[in-house]
Ligand binder design. Structure first.
Ligand code: PFF
Length: 457
């Protein structure tokens, strides 16, 4: 039984929500972003921080967002406005909508590369053995071609728009159910190949043996940002998806499953990338090109490599698609609920904005010089977007959401939302402690620390 209005979409079952939310969470964040950020931040010690943040901050904020969404049955702006009318809390929703467009814009650039690499693999670019040096050249040529980068960005945003125009539940649930398990199986097979390469041990050491002296400056902020990004938290994606779930579901259990699946995939991706990377003698701090350089080199040199390679890039494209759908959906839900736009026009409008905003990101890998290294900042445009929105904006959002749920809306309201239909609120006391004290205080402390040390990225 759904209490939704006839126009409001709904997941068909608890498993439907878990699948869609896992589809949002699992994406490039796990397989592209996690390994390269881990590589840039020293390896195992970063992984320890990341896991701690998933447990102490990510999981409680996940419960909080879903509860807000299901209670209000609205987009983030509407949800804050409904729960706290005549206050400024709805601004947190706006921050989320803006962040959603911004992340969608650059995320789709990387997703476009993924799709491009699928086509490259199928068309035989990596069929004969290539060295890692050659793979770097293929990558650099590919991403610095402006027409190509913009073309793939367009294709990818177009795909996302088509799905969102049709409504969320019908497409995603079905795709995720079939394709995510295949992606996981493929990851495991490829990981076995990676860890058995000559010289893989050094990569395992880098990934598993923490050296806490490597933690300094922005490392902690990066680990927190990565945890939030990977779980799709801090911008209302889970508020939006939560607004489509049934009152009968135990949302604590659903939240826990999503966090568990997402973290598993990220950890396995590390086992896939680092052994192969060290076996090839590459630099773990190589940045956003990491997976696009390491994996094709590995595929080129393994039995049925073209088959596994094509499968991998195709499934990663789908995983990215189920994430961009949620990014676009946040902004579309806002336009539909609050501005009474039609779903189709809202999707077209927001996607066009994201496409235009994505162009400088698409040109920031050699296509246009000053975008590749912005004067005075030293980062490329995409990197800058990725850090400011994918880390800091989500972190600020998560801070505000935890304060809102812990103090404004209040623990009792959450409790009745969760227990209303006789469900058990597992770990209620621990959750209360985490959301009221640990989340806001830890996030605040991290901000003070990076501001004081001026170590932003
Ligand atoms: N969680 C997605 C990933 O790991 O690829 C990215 C993402 C989706 C971030 C939706 C934020 C969001 F709201």
């Amino acid at each position: 039984m759904h209490h939704a209005s006839p126009e409001r979409d709904a997941w068909s079952s608890r498993i439907g929500f878990v699948l869609a939310a896992a589809g949002s969470a699992i994406g490039l964040g796990n397989i592209w972003r996690f390994p390269y950020v881990t590589g840039q931040n020293g390896g195992a010690a970063f992984v320890v921080l990341y896991i701690a943040f998933v447990l102490l901050i990510g999981t409680p904020v996940m419960v909080a967002e879903i509860a807000v969404g299901r209670h209000a049955r609205l987009n983030p702006v509407g949800a804050f406005r409904k729960i706290a009318p005549k206050s400024l809390w709805y601004m947190v929703g706006f921050l989320g909508v803006a962040t959603g467009i911004g992340i969608l814009s650059y995320y789709s650039v990387i997703a476009g590369w993924t799709f491009g690499y699928f086509i490259k693999t199928v068309s035989g670019t990596f069929s004969s053995s290539i060295t890692s040096d050659q793979s770097v050249i293929v990558f650099t040529n590919f991403v610095s071609n402006p027409i190509q980068a913009i073309f793939f960005l367009f294709v990818f945003i177009g795909l996302t728009t088509l799905v969102v125009m049709g409504g969320v539940s019908s497409g995603i649930e079905r795709w995720v159910k079939i394709l995510m398990p295949i992606l996981f199986a493929l990851l495991l097979i490829l990981t076995i190949r990676s860890v058995t390469l000559n010289g893989a041990v050094k990569g395992l050491e880098f990934y598993l043996k923490p050296d806490f002296t490597k933690i300094h400056g922005s490392t902690v902020a990066m680990a927190l940002g990565q945890a939030l990004f990977s779980l799709s938290l801090g911008m209302g994606a889970m508020i939006t998806y939560g607004s489509y779930i049934s009152k009968q579901d135990n949302l604590v259990i659903s939240a826990a499953w999503v966090c568990f699946f997402d973290t598993m995939i990220a950890i396995v991706a590390g086992f896939l990338i680092f052994p192969a990377l060290f076996a090839m003698g590459l630099d773990p701090a190589g940045g956003p090109g990491l997976v696009f350089v390491v994996l094709p080199t590995m595929f080129a040199d393994m039995p049925l490599g073209a088959f596994f390679g094509a499968g991998f890039f195709l499934l990663l494209t789908v995983a990215a698609l189920t994430s961009t759908i949620s990014l676009l959906e946040v902004t579309v839900a806002y336009m539909v609920d609050e501005k009474k736009w039609h779903r189709k026009s809202a999707a077209l409008f927001m996607a066009s904005l994201a496409f235009i905003l994505g162009i400088p990101s698409a040109l920031s890998f050699g296509g246009v010089d000053w975008l590749s290294k912005i004067p005075g900042i030293g980062l490329g445009f995409l990197d800058l977007m990725n850090i400011s929105l994918g880390n800091y904006s989500l972190t600020i959002g998560a801070f505000l959401i935890s304060v809102f749920v812990g103090y404004k809306w209040g623990i009792h309201a959450v409790r009745s939302e969760i227990e209303e239909y006789g469900n058990i609120f597992f770990f209620r006391k621990i959750w209360t402690f985490l959301i009221r004290f640990i989340c806001p205080v830890a996030i605040f402390a991290i901000f003070v620390y990076i501001v004081v040390t001026k170590n932003y990225f």
